[in-house]
Write a protein that binds this ligand. Structure first.
Ligand SMILES: Nc1ncnc2c1ncn2[C@@H]1O[C@H](COP(=O)(O)OP(=O)(O)OP(=O)(O)O)[C@@H](O)[C@H]1O
Length: 340
């Protein structure tokens, strides 16, 4: 649904050049919630602004719903007709809501409908329907100043849906909200994704946002995507940095010298515990459990267990093979708790 190929954006100001995007290949499938995470300055905002051509990329291509936006004339402030039309099918939600304070909630949602020339009755009907969809039917006549942060963001989301978009872009939509309101806005985005089949691309610096709402994620650093994939695949990938951030286990004991420390990851309904006791029985070995944790990631249960086996890696090739044959993801750690 969204593809970028070798996307580059170089800002030039006062003789200085900043490469904000450095060859980004992004692939967001139809109907998924895709999160881009990274520290400040990684290039996340630039990426999302290039996807709807609020910024024109320096090079590379952006394709949304089969239309190559980078091939259409105009951009940034002076978009041509085709680009304006394509953009209408891409909704955008902002961190600071960007509502007009002199207009009521209803009038804010009507704004994009005015721009496309919908008549007054139709505008009112559509805006009322959208406010109802985001759970704000009773605040239609309130001004932004009379609404809470969460309610303002609901208006922002209703406005973003006015053009019946297939794609919704969210630029840190929950960063200005408290944790409880964040949860309710993320739940709303998830509901809209499911009800309307909306593809959502969001950027965030919070791993919890990725964990609670995304199907797939990409990690950005220095203008590049350093890792990307579906969360369930990432969690099953040894050495994945995103998986470690999604499911940190730093507090587990690191084991004893001369023994083999394994980290076992299981997903869905395949708990590791029975396999570990079977392993102990089958190979007559004492297994020391150093730690275990279970989390819900992308609506799926994921567990991880760190265990210690007597002897070195070479002595445990067979038991490790046995665990892998059971469909468990097994990583052998070195003495310091890192992947060996
Ligand atoms: N309009 C601009 N002019 C010059 N440099 C810019 C401009 N916008 C962004 N940059 C630079 O591009 C780089 C990437 O910025 P960007 O805002 O995309 O990162 P980010 O990951 O979204 O960070 P944050 O989470 O802080 O918003 C940074 O070095 C930033 O200073």
């Amino acid at each position: 649904m969204i593809t970028t190929k070798d996307l580059t954006k170089v800002y030039r100001s006062r003789g200085r050049e900043v490469t904000a995007l450095d060859g980004v290949d992004l692939h967001v499938r139809p109907g998924e919630v895709y999160g881009v995470v990274g520290t400040s300055g990684a290039g996340k905002s630039t990426l999302i602004r290039c996807v709807n051509m609020l910024e024109r990329p320096t090079s590379g291509s952006v394709t949304v719903d089969g239309v190559e936006l980078t091939a259409l004339p105009g951009g940034e402030n002076r978009a041509g007709r085709e680009l304006r039309e394509a953009r209408r099918r891409i909704g955008m939600v902002f961190q600071h809501f960007n509502l007009l304070s002199s207009r009521t909630a209803q009038e804010n949602v009507e704004l994009p409908l005015e721009i496309i020339g919908l008549d007054r009755t139709e505008r009112r009907r559509k805006a009322a329907e959208l406010l109802d969809l985001v759970g704000l039917a009773d605040r239609a006549r309130s001004y932004p100043g009379q609404l809470s942060g969460g309610q303002k963001q609901r208006v922002g989301i209703a406005r973003a849906l006015a053009g019946d978009p297939k794609v919704l872009l969210s630029d840190e939509a929950t960063s200005a909200l408290d944790p409880e309101t964040t949860r309710s806005i993320l739940a709303l985005l998830r509901d809209l994704n499911r009800q309307l089949g909306l593809t959502v691309l969001l950027i965030t610096h919070e791993m919890d946002v990725i964990k609670s709402v995304c199907d797939s994620a990409a990690l950005m650093r220095g203008g590049r995507i350093v890792e990307a994939g579906q969360l369930t695949d990432l969690l099953a990938t040894g050495g994945s940095r995103l998986a470690r951030d999604l499911f940190p286990l730093g507090e587990f004991a690191s084991g004893h010298p001369g023994r083999t420390v394994l980290e076992i990851t299981f997903q869905g309904d395949a708990p590791a515990q029975p396999f570990v006791s079977q392993l102990a029985r089958t190979y007559q070995i004492d297994i020391n459990i150093l730690g275990a944790a279970v989390e819900t990631v992308a609506d799926r249960m994921v567990g991880r267990m760190r265990v210690e086996l007597p002897g070195g890696h070479q002595d445990n090739v067979v038991p490790i093979g046995y665990l892998r044959e059971q469909g468990l993801q097994v990583e052998v750690l070195d003495g310091k708790g890192a992947a060996a």
